[in-house]
Design a protein around this ligand. Sequence first.
Ligand SMILES: Nc1ncnc2c1ncn2[C@@H]1O[C@H](COP(=O)(O)OP(=O)(O)O)[C@@H](O)[C@H]1O
Ligand SMILES: [Mg+2]
Length: 276
Amino acid sequence: MNTPLLDIRNLVVDYPGKGLRAQPFRALDSVSIDVRPGECVGLVGESGSGKTTLGRAVLGLAPVTRGAIDFKGQNISVLSTRERRRLSSDIQVVFQDPYTSLNPSMTIGEILAEPLIAQHTAQSAARKRIAELLDQVKLPSDAVKRLPRDFSGGQRQRIAIARALALRPQLVICDEPVSALDLSTQARVLDLFTEIQRDTGVAYLFITHDLDVVRYVSHRVAVMYHGKIVERGDTAQVTTAPTHPYTQRLWMAAPIAEPVAQRERRERRLAMAADL
Ligand SMILES: Nc1ncnc2c1ncn2[C@@H]1O[C@H](COP(=O)(O)OP(=O)(O)O)[C@@H](O)[C@H]1O
Ligand SMILES: [Mg+2]
C-alpha cells in the first residue's frame, strides 16, 4: 500500500500556442501526485485548472514537456505508442459523458468484448468475463443484446465502468464520471465505484469539480489551481480544514442556489456521513 502505483513528479505540460508568435500555454506546472494500489485520490479544482490534462498525460494523450510519470516504477511518459498500448490493460479511463463515450451502433456485448478481443481473449472466456462484468456493475445479463440508446445515463455509465474493468486494470482514471448524472443517480454510481474498489483493489485517480463527490469517494485529495497543486492531504483534513486560500474559496463557493438541489445535497451529505 505504501509504494505508489502511479507516481507523477514535477510534470509540466505545455500546449502549443496558436499562430506564429504565440507562446505555448502551460497547462500543468510542475505537478507531483501519487496514487497507491487500491487507493482513491481525488483531484479537485475549478474548470480549466488542468485536471483533464493531468488524466490525459497519464493516458499518453497530452504532450509531456518535462517531468516523470512512473507507473509501477517505470517512467511511462517516454514510451513509444506500441509499448504504451500494452499498458492499456493496466490503466483504463471512464469519461464524463456516457452519451458520447459508447458507440451507438454497437451492442453492449460488442462494446464489452472489444477490449477482450484486442487482448486475444478466447470467445468462451470473453463471454464469461462479460457476464461477470455486467453482474459487477449490476446490469441484467440480457443487456448484451441491447444498444446504448436502450439505457439511461446512469446505466450507460455502468457500461462504461464495466468496459474499463474488462481487463482487470490496476488504475482507472475517472474524469468527472458522475458529473453528467442527476444527484440520486450520482450517489448510486459513486457507491458502485467504492464497492468495485473494495472488491477488486483497483486504484482511482478521481477527477471532479464537485466537493461532495470528492469527499465521498477519496482517501486523499489534491487541489488544483491554474495548473498547480496548491493543497493536498487526507480527505478529512483538506475538506474540513483547508489551509490554502484558494481551497477555502472553493469550499465556500460550494453551496448552490436552488433550494431543492440544496436540500438534496444536504441529504446526500448526511447520508454520506451516516455511512462513515
Ligand atoms: N489541446 C489543448 N490545446 C490547447 N489548450 C488546451 C488543450 N486542452 C486544454 N487546454 C487548456 O488547458 C487548460 C486546462 O484544461 P483542462 O485540463 O481541460 O482543465 P479542467 O479539466 O480542469 O477543466 C485550459 O485553459 C484549457 O483551455
Ligand atoms: Mg476536465
